[in-house]
Design a protein around this ligand. Structure first.
Ligand SMILES: CC(C)(COP(=O)(O)OP(=O)(O)OC[C@H]1O[C@@H](n2cnc3c(N)ncnc32)[C@H](O)[C@@H]1OP(=O)(O)O)[C@@H](O)C(=O)NCCC(=O)NCCS
Length: 124
């Protein structure tokens, strides 16, 4: 099952009885050098359905959409403690950009975002 809302894409995996057992959430981003790319926001399989290939199928479907859209890469973040997920991703060729490229992600919280946005009104 595939849902699209604005730039947010969601693929749901249902059991044969129609119960939601997993989903992937992703959206398009853009690389200055490579063009279209995909950000994987969330990949989740309910505990009782794990290790049955559902996660691979969902992730592979996201990859298929990315290939169809001619994306140059897929990015996402994983917590360091989540070793099982890291193994899962690495099994399919993913690499850690923080270790390999010394690339660190940064974030503005909503409060900081609002503070920064105020500077857009200042005259320079
Ligand atoms: C990571 C996740 C999506 C993998 O889905 P899955 O359906 O279990 O994956 P598959 O069956 O296709 O592949 C199985 C592999 O996933 C890995 N895996 C990752 N997390 C796992 C978990 N919590 N339980 C079991 N296997 C897990 C194992 O390496 C497993 O390999 P194995 O079958 O040889 O033991 C799923 O475990 C999950 O939803 N985990 C919790 C949420 C999460 O951590 N998401 C990623 C956030 S970045």
């Amino acid at each position: 099952m595939f849902h699209e809302r604005e730039n947010i894409n969601r693929i749901n995996k249902l059991s044969s009885s129609g119960k939601l057992i997993g989903y992937a959430l992703f959206y398009n981003t853009y690389s200055t050098w490579g063009g279209c790319s995909v950000y994987l926001e969330d990949l989740y399989v309910t505990p009782e359905w794990r290790s049955k290939g559902v996660g691979t199928k969902l992730w592979a479907t996201v990859a298929k959409v990315a290939v169809e859209r001619n994306c140059c890469r897929m990015d996402w973040a994983v917590m360091e403690w989540n070793k099982l997920a890291i193994n899962f991703y690495q099994k399919h060729g993913a690499y850690n950009v923080t270790i390999a490229d010394n690339f660190h992600m940064f974030r503005l919280t909503k409060e900081n975002l609002e503070q920064l946005a105020l500077l857009s009104n200042s005259s320079i």
